[in-house]
Design a binder for this molecule. Sequence first.
Ligand SMILES: NC(=O)c1ccc[n+]([C@@H]2O[C@H](COP(=O)([O-])OP(=O)(O)OC[C@H]3O[C@@H](n4cnc5c(N)ncnc54)[C@H](O)[C@@H]3O)[C@@H](O)[C@H]2O)c1
Length: 246
Amino acid sequence: MELDGRVAIVTGAGLGIGRATALKLASEGAKVVVNDVVEENGSKTVDQIRSMGREAIFVQADVSKWGEAKKLVDEAVKAFGTVHILVNNAGITRDKLLRDMEEEDWDKVLNINLKGAFNCCKFAVPHMIENKYGKIVNLSSRAHLGNPGQANYSSSKAGIIGLTRSLSLELGRFNINVNAVAPGMVDTEGVRNHPKYEMIIERALKITPLRRIGKPEDIANVIHFLVTDAASYITGEVIHVTGGRY
Ligand SMILES: NC(=O)c1ccc[n+]([C@@H]2O[C@H](COP(=O)([O-])OP(=O)(O)OC[C@H]3O[C@@H](n4cnc5c(N)ncnc54)[C@H](O)[C@@H]3O)[C@@H](O)[C@H]2O)c1
């Protein structure tokens, strides 16, 4: 299989896009390190992978914390020997207009969405350099273009693009590809729990040329492509997967 022998870490893989990505990479042969803060959901993803006859472990860690991100990578190496693929997927929203947005809303979103990706790169990349092989995919969002009520989230997702481009320039010489995927609206728990769910879905449908909300698998398939050798000459890119919406 295409990803046989590869070890992949997927953060925030207890639900949504992260879970769909973990399942897709496992189905293509990768050994998957499933990370989440919520043990119950992460363990369910691991069970699903094992029931496919593939290998996976769960590592509970809050990626926004330096020491926990290190533990995540250390556990991956302990279980499977190294790391070839890192998908920085863990992310949250805390949507508020600027007038209502507090310091904690800013810090929480930036710390998980942006610092979390930096932390995981920091600890996974030395293993990739050693292997002279690595694939990093960071989850940005169409929201990097800006959305009212998302100053924190949009900034974190624009920051992900800066992180992606900078690391692609630093790490290309080690045969490490660093790319970002920027989804539009995708039907996940994260979106379904949004206080204005009905309103944002209705609005998104009207302005999405393909006239449907994305499925987690729509994003997982693109992430999968980016970690295969078919994409080995792509780095520093942002692939929008939005049903045509900008
Ligand atoms: N769903 C969308 O419409 C959409 C659109 C654009 C971008 N994205 C991005 O895709 C990614 C996944 O989104 P989703 O909709 O599947 O989210 P989701 O809320 O359904 O799942 C996110 C998972 O991340 C975990 N998580 C949260 N904080 C964490 C932390 N500190 N450490 C480890 N795990 C943590 C959660 O427990 C959860 O299981 C996010 O980065 C999100 O910003 C989603």
